[in-house]
Write a protein that binds this ligand. Structure first.
Ligand SMILES: [Zn+2]
Length: 302
């Protein structure tokens, strides 16, 4: 058994300033963890090309992409697109690389059964026309639209990042061909993700306070996944895999352990019964926990 890791070295280049938690060392920690000898034997690697315009415009309007591109072309300083979402001179290169990594992971996952997209910057807070929450392009929705273009009509997205994937929800909530399940800390950033936000019946939010027993989070996400799967059979599963839901992350108060990530991954694969399962990296801000969480997830994908 094996899985493919899609990556691009340009995901290191985005820099949001000293002290910003979404820092280049995150992707280095992820890739180092995946290169550990006992795991590396089970992994294939694909260096993804940057995303092209057509794939991005399935999700983001051309005017928004032009705007980010023009900031990047001006080159110099840092542009605050949002209080915590800062565009530096190399950010656009990283954002295009990350979206390309997500696209390549879809292709490899559809061919081989599983894949992991080592994306940075993350994507699930990005709205159609607005960067926010460290996110510029919504990698997982770009991936979902790519899977649909390649013939997967129905896409399930499961988001276990500790923050609500508000961008993902906004981009899919009117489209019954995609179902979105998110468990997230609430109340917490970004403030969305109430259980009564149901889209067209395709949104399954599981807001939970911090500090609950880990088994409660493990169970409640899978209950919501099973609700989403009732009478509906997705052709592909994309996981918005954020590791800030692990106990000890500085940006969350969930109590999960890497074993829980492995359990979720295996449980989701079992439910998909051979259909593709593709992980797309989101948050995770303590480097050692991020490394352990990614290892557990990818090991269970492999
Ligand atoms: Zn997060």
């Amino acid at each position: 058994m094996s899985t493919t890791v899609a990556w691009n070295p340009a995901c290191h280049e985005h820099y949001a300033g000293a002290g910003h938690p979404e820092r280049p060392q995150r992707i280095a920690a992820v890739l180092d963890a995946l290169r550990a000898p006992d795991l590396a034997a089970h992994l294939a690697w694909v260096e993804a090309p940057p995303a092209g315009r057509a794939a991005l415009e399935r999700v983001h309007p051309a005017a928004y992409l032009d705007h980010l591109e023009s900031i990047a072309r001006e080159g110099g300083g840092m542009a605050n697109l949002d209080p915590d979402t800062i565009m530096g001179p190399r950010t656009w290169v990283s954002a295009l690389a990350a979206a390309g990594v997500a696209l390549a992971a879809v292709e490899r996952g559809m061919a081989d059964g599983t894949a992991f997209a080592a994306t940075r910057p993350p994507g699930h807070h990005a709205l159609a026309e607005r960067a926010m929450g460290f996110c510029f392009l919504n990698n997982v929705v770009i991936a979902a639209r790519h899977a649909q273009a390649l013939g997967c009509a129905r896409v399930l997205i499961v988001d276990w990042d500790v923050h609500h994937g508000n961008g993902t929800q906004a981009l899919v909530e009117a489209d019954a061909s995609i179902r979105f399940v998110s468990m997230h800390q609430s109340p917490w950033y970004p403030g969305t993700g109430a259980a009564d936000e149901r889209g067209v019946g395709n949104v399954f939010n599981v807001p939970r306070p911090g500090g609950l027993p880990r088994a409660t989070y493990v169970r409640d996400l899978l209950v919501a996944v099973d609700a989403a799967l009732t009478g509906w059979r997705p052709d592909v599963l994309l996981v918005s895999a954020g590791f800030d839901s692990l106990a000890g992350d500085p940006l969350g108060e969930f109590t999960l352990e890497p074993d829980d990530i492995a359990h979720w991954t295996a449980a989701l694969r079992e439910r998909m019964a051979g259909r593709p399962v593709i992980g797309v990296l989101e948050g995770g801000y303590r480097l050692d926990l991020l490394a352990k969480g990614v290892s557990a997830h990818v090991r269970a994908l492999a």
